[in-house]
Design a protein around this ligand. Structure first.
Ligand code: F6P
Length: 358
C-alpha cells in the first residue's frame, strides 16, 4: 500500500486537475493507493490542512481549469525563515508529513515549487515534482503543462486584436504574461503574426521599436502594427541594472507596466494612435487544451509509476517525445529562459519580425 500526499503550489494553470487525475487513476489502477489532498500548496502542508480523498474525488476533473486542491505562493526564500508567527515551516512540513503517515508527496508546480520540493527531499521526505506553468521555464523539460493552452489563448487575443487594429489603423500593444521568461510571448507572437516581439531575454531599445513601426507604415504602407510585449520586457539600459534599481526607476514612471510605457512613447514619438491590451490571468484560466490534457495525464501516470517503483527525489519531464524524469536536485534553482539565438527567434527574424534590438 502507498499513502500519497498531493499538493499544487504557485500560480495555477490549465491542466493541474488533469495531472492530479492522471496520478490518482494510474495509482489506483496499478497498486493499492490512498490519497491525501493538501490544501493550498505548501501553506496547507505547513498548517496541516488536508483531507482524505477517495476515487470519486478525482472523477470529472479532466477538463476543469484551476486546481481542486487550491494553491498559494510560499516563496522558497521564506521557507527557512522564522517569521512573526514563529513557525518553523520546514519542521512543520516534516511533522505534518509524518502525521498524515505519508509514503510520499507529489508536488505540482513551477520553479519555486521544485526548489521547495528539493528542500523537503534533502530533509528526507519522499518527493516527486510535476512541472506545470504557463511560462514553460522549468529546466530539464522541453515543455510544461499549461503552456500550450496559454499559447492558444494569447494567440486568440492577438488574432482578434488584428482586425480592430487594422480597421482603425492603430498600433496595438498586447501584454503577454511572463516576467522572466518570454516563451509565451514568443510562441503566441509568432502564432498570432505580431510585427514586433519584446522579450525579457532580448532587451529592446526604443529607437529600434519606433523604426519597426514607422518602417511598416512607410515602406510597407501598413496602417497598423501589433506589438507582443512580455510583461517582463526591459530596455537595454534596464537590463544593465540590478532588480531593485530597475524597480525604483519604474516606480517613478506613471505607467502601470512596460506595455503602457511603450505605447506612450510610440504615440509621442510617431503620432500613431496606440492602445494597450492586457489579457492577464485570462491566459491562465479555463479548460486545458487537448495537448495539455494529454501532457498532464502522461506526467501524472509517470509520477504514479515512480511511486510504484519508490523512485523518489525526481522531477517528471518530457524530453523529445519521451516522458521521463530528472533528479530534483538538478532542477532546483535553475530555470529555462529563451536563448536570444534560439532557432525560433532566428526564424522569426527571417520573417521580418523585429525584437527591438536590431
Ligand atoms: O508563473 C506564471 C505567471 O502567470 C507569470 O507569467 C506571471 O508573471 C505571474 O505568474 C503572475 O503571478 P500572480 O498570479 O501571482 O499575479
Amino acid at each position: 500500500k502507498r499513502r500519497i500526499g498531493i499538493l499544487t503550489a504557485g500560480g495555477d494553470c490549465p491542466g493541474l486537475n488533469a495531472a492530479i487525475r492522471g496520478v490518482a487513476r494510474a495509482s489506483y489502477n496499478m497498486f493499492d493507493a490512498e490519497f491525501v489532498g493538501i490544501r493550498d500548496g505548501y501553506k496547507g502542508l505547513i498548517k496541516g490542512e488536508y483531507k482524505e480523498m477517495t476515487q470519486s474525488d478525482f472523477s470529472g476533473i479532466l477538463t476543469l481549469g484551476g486546481t481542486i486542491l487550491g494553491t498559494s505562493r510560499q516563496p522558497y526564500r521564506t521557507m527557512r525563515k522564522i517569521e512573526e508567527d514563529k513557525v518553523d515551516k520546514v519542521a512543520a512540513m516534516k511533522a505534518n508529513y509524518k502525521k498524515m503517515k505519508l509514503d510520499c508527496l507529489i508536488t505540482l508546480g513551477g520553479n519555486g515549487t521544485h526548489k521547495t520540493a528539493n528542500l523537503l527531499a534533502e530533509e528526507g521526505l519522499n518527493v516527486i515534482g510535476l512541472p506545470k506553468t504557463i511560462d514553460n521555464d522549468i529546466w530539464g523539460t522541453d515543455v510544461t503543462f499549461g503552456f500550450h493552452t496559454a499559447v492558444d489563448i494569447a494567440t486568440e487575443v492577438i488574432d482578434r486584436i488584428h482586425t480592430t487594429a487594422n480597421s482603425h489603423g492603430r498600433v496595438l500593444i498586447v501584454e503577454i504574461m511572463g516576467n522572466k521568461a518570454g516563451w509565451l510571448t514568443l510562441f503566441s507572437g509568432v502564432a498570432g503574426g505580431a510585427d514586433v516581439i519584446l522579450l525579457p531575454e532580448i532587451p529592446y531599445n526604443l529607437n529600434s521599436v519606433l523604426e519597426a513601426v514607422e518602417g511598416r507604415a512607410k515602406k510597407q504602407k501598413r496602417r497598423f502594427s501589433i506589438i507582443a510585449v512580455a510583461e517582463g520586457a526591459m530596455t537595454t539600459k534596464e537590463a544593465g541594472m540590478k532588480g531593485k534599481e530597475r524597480n525604483a526607476l519604474r516606480a517613478k514612471e506613471p505607467y502601470m507596466s512596460v506595455s503602457y510605457r511603450v505605447a506612450d512613447q510610440i504615440s509621442k514619438e510617431t503620432g500613431f494612435e496606440c492602445r494597450v491590451v492586457v489579457p492577464g490571468h485570462f491566459q491562465r484560466g479555463g479548460s486545458p487544451s487537448p495537448y495539455d490534457r494529454i501532457l498532464a495525464t502522461r506526467f501524472g501516470v509517470q509520477a504514479a509509476r515512480l511511486i510504484r517503483e519508490e523512485h523518489y527525489g525526481m522531477a517528471v519531464a518530457q524530453i523529445g517525445d519521451i516522458v521521463t524524469q530528472n533528479p530534483l536536485k538538478e532542477v532546483a534553482g535553475k530555470s529555462k529562459l529563451v536563448p536570444p539565438d534560439h532557432q525560433m527567434v532566428n526564424f522569426a527574424r527571417s520573417m521580418g519580425i523585429k525584437f527591438g534590438n536590431e
